[in-house]
Structure formats: structure tokens, C-alpha cells
Design a protein. Sequence first.
Length: 240
Amino acid sequence: MVILRGLAELTDDELIAHIEAVGEVLPVFGFYLQPAVGGRTLGFDFWARLAELPCLAAIKIAPFDRYRTLDVVRAVCESARAAEIALYTGNDDNIIVDLLTTYRFPVSGGQVSKRIVGGLLGQYAVWTRRAVELFERAREAARTGQLDEELLTTAARLTDANAAVFDVANGFAGCVAGIHEVLRRQGLLDNVRLLDEQERLSPGQAAELDRVIRAYPDLQDDAFVAAHLDRWLDTWQEEP
């Protein structure tokens, strides 16, 4: 009898062996997903072992946990491949601060520094025009070493907005529905219907979306979407 097991059920040793096997065929991009939406906790020792694998090209860090995020960055900095591995943030609760931070750890009598070079985020699915602008501001601040202090204020505002979009109050149950609802309000979607009929906006989530949309108009790209919506919809409708 063959027993099928998901990756989340593997031991650390089994997971490393699985990644090594995949790495014989193609480069590996790690994804540290938070437990609330199906991920599992992985300790520093796991990331230290992973960072030494020649197949590892990058890691998306999305545990929504500062301690767990530091586990990954420190493991990479202490590895022999620190300069070869790219780091991306998936922490929708800390996007801007992740992008602004220089991480630095003592290694072999010296100091190794590492920056998170980009974001792969659910938040980028909504208000994308503003997200691109914020990313460019963060990247410029990192390039010049001149901290744009207003970005730190914006960071907290964006975290509050994301809490509504991703339904933090209900353990992220309405995270996909929240994204769809924002897009629906902008006219990009007709509805928030999902494949799982039980997956929908949580009680109170629509009111929270109302609140953050009123509170943070500077985070939204409604005018940009409205200016291009007819052309985008016409293009989609013309596709076979």
C-alpha cells in the first residue's frame, strides 16, 4: 500500500532530501509560509542546512513572525552561500520595514549583511500601482542610505489595511475573498465567488474594508484603475 504524504507532514530530514532531489532537476525557490494558512514552523537549523544546498536560489520569507524571519536571514548570512541566495518578503504585516532593513550578523570574526531584495505578496494583488510606488521608494532609500521616515508611518498604515484585506481578525479565513472584494469594488471582478463555496468574506470583514478604504485613500489606486478599466476589460473580452 502506498501512503501519500504532503510536504507539511515530512520531517526536516525528509524535507531536505526532497528538496535535494528537486534540485537535481531545477533551481529551488524556498517559501516559508505561515502556519495559519497551511505552512509549518521551520527552525534555524533547517534553514541553515537548506542554505548550504547548491540548488537553492532564493527564499520567500512569509511566516508573519519577526523571530522566524530572523531565523531565515541569519541562517543565510551564516552560510557559505550568503552572497548567492536572494531573499524576498512575503510578510504582508511588515512589507515596508522588511524592504528598508539591512540585516547584519557576526560571522567568522566579521560581519555579513543582507537585504531583502523584493516582495512576493498577496498585498500586491490589490492597489498594485501604489504597491509599485512604495517598493520603488523603499528601494531608493536602500540604495542611497537615506531613510524616508514617512515610509515608516506608511508601513503601519499598510499593515492596518492588510489586516482588513486578509481578515486577520478571523485567522485569515477571508483572505482570498478580501482580495476579490477589493478588486470587485474597483470593477475588476464581477463578484467574489470562489471555488470553495464556503470561502467568503468573514462577518465584519466588509465593514473593516470600509474603514481602511476611508482611512487610507493614499494606499489605493482607484483613479489609476478607473482610467484604464474599459481598455483592460475590452482586451480581456477580446481574448479567445
